[in-house]
Design a protein around this ligand. Structure first.
Ligand code: HAM
Length: 450
């Protein structure tokens, strides 16, 4: 039955041959955010449906067309999270995080679920790294958050990502813009899709984000929000731009960015590329000064971004960026006979407790087949234990690259030799970019194990 051997459309397995890349991205994003003071938050995979209706917005494509919503056995409507912001803000309000030192800065890695038409870079289950910063209305917070996204891309060596920036105003200036949009779309009412016809009454800005080709063609000539923003929004936007300029972060103002979610106010931004096909937005975010209040908290400004990890990996692959290779097996201990196999297991346990990656036979294979396996897994060193090695307490330690071997005692000398050979150490092209010590820390290894 194909259904048993095929993952649901729009989902993908992350296999062992690729998972190290994921782990690397997850580590780089979270650790870089930590340097800016962001601390991890984990929120549930599903929330009350109402949370997304109120935050993401009833009139958005996400809520109207894409949510995985179901009624649970207790007759509650729940939804698999289509994005990370709503849950993080809900948790901050629920647990009074905002009563602590402001700003509250949280980061997360999460699966998200949207029932969209799958294509390259667009899945039904995808993964986001995101941050939220709550409590600051200053443009310096916008610059800090955009600066973090920029820093992550630079640590990863990603090129050709353009930062596009816009301001979509606040409740003060938005009504004027809505009015202008409404007038414009009224004149082309007959061509709009049915969803957009109702959006014309409820939220005309959402028409700008409609994926139907006809609606998006009409939207191209619609009035742009930057022509309508109030003095305060303009001053804020100027403040953000001045800071990005001083940080040397290049951007273009794109007055057509409105984002697909309703909670945004003032600054919105996207990092886009043309190198991964139609789904070129790798990162999107912005300010949401009304969201905390909307979700029942005290009036508190906020902002953040999320980047799609699938899209980031596609981009890294398109640019042939070298990610650190998975750690190779440092020593394979082959054995002949039961007693030697028991000794191999004992040695493995000791060396692992010292931080080395070692393997031994668990398949009852011949020594020839064991060495074949050692080659297959790319073991850096190997040794064979038999009766004479058990007796002497010594064995030949073989370098699998050069074929050279030298006798070592199976005690401390073995450990020392593995250190001397520079094993238990990750190296890659990225080492040069972010420094040896930092890379080892990122990979969770002790930089002073030599
Ligand atoms: P978003 O633009 O909807 O924003 O999603 C952020 C990123 O998630 C996108 O730029 C894209 O890389 C990725 N993404 C979105 N949908 C898919 C999909 N179907 N398949 C693969 N990747 C996808 C948000 O989600 C906001 N919560 C971001 C934010 C945080 N704003 C403020 N704080």
């Amino acid at each position: 039955m194909a259904i048993l051997t095929k993952a649901p459309r729009g989902t993908q397995d992350i296999l062992p041959k690729d998972s190290f890349q994921w782990r690397f991205l997850e580590t780089v994003t979270m650790e870089t955010a930590a340097l800016f003071g962001f601390k991890e938050i984990r929120t549930p995979t599903f929330e009350h449906t109402e949370l997304f209706c109120r935050s993401v917005g009833d009139t958005t494509d996400v809520v109207q067309k894409e949510m995985y919503t179901f009624t649970d056995k207790g007759n509650r409507s729940v939804t698999l999270k289509p994005e990370g912001t709503a849950g993080a803000v809900r948790a901050a309000v629920e647990h009074s995080l905002l009563a602590d030192a402001l700003p509250v800065k949280v980061s997360y890695l999460t699966s998200c679920f949207r029932y969209e038409k799958p294509q390259a870079g667009r899945l039904r289950e995808f993964h986001q790294f995101g941050v939220e910063m709550l409590g600051s209305k200053s443009p310096s917070a916008d610059a800090e958050v955009i600066g973090l996204a920029n820093e992550i891309f630079s640590v990863l060596g990603v090129k050709h990502l353009a930062l596009e920036l816009n301001s979509i105003g606040c409740p003060e200036c938005r009504p004027k813009y809505h009015k202008a949009l409404k007038e414009y779309f009224e004149s082309r009412k007959d061509e709009l899709c049915e969803t957009c016809l109702s959006r014309l009454e409820t939220n005309p800005m959402r028409i700008l984000d409609c994926k139907s080709p006809v609606c998006s063609a009409i939207a191209k000539d619609a009035p742009v929000v930057l022509d309508f923003i109030c003095d305060e929004c303009k001053e804020h936007f100027d403040g953000v731009k001045a800071r990005l300029d001083s940080m040397g972060i290049a951007y273009t103002v794109n007055p057509r960015i409105v984002r697909g979610l309703d909670y945004y106010t003032k600054t919105v931004f996207e990092f886009v590329t043309s190198q991964i096909g139609a789904q070129g937005t790798v990162c999107g975010g912005g300010r949401y000064d009304g969201l905390v209040e909307e979700l029942g908290g005290a009036k508190t400004p906020g902002l953040g971004f999320a980047m799609g990890l699938e899209r980031l990996l596609l981009l890294l692959a398109a640019q042939e960026n070298e990610l650190p290779a998975p750690r190779p097996c440092e020593l394979y201990i082959a054995s002949i006979g039961d007693a030697a196999n028991i000794k191999a297991g004992e040695l493995c346990a000791r060396l692992r407790s010292e931080g080395f990656y070692v393997e031994c036979d668990t398949m009852e294979r011949s020594v020839k087949a064991q060495m074949k396996y050692a080659n297959k897994i790319g073991a850096k060193m190997s040794m064979v234990l038999g009766d004479s090695e058990l007796e002497s307490g010594k064995a030949a330690l073989k370098d699998m690259d050069t074929g050279e071997s030298a006798e070592v005692s199976l005690g401390d000398e073995l450990t020392q030799r593995l250190y001397d050979a520079g094993l238990a150490r990750a190296t890659s092209a990225l080492t040069d970019q972010i420094g040896d010590a930092q890379l080892l820390t990122l990979l969770g290894q002790d930089p002073i194990s030599e």
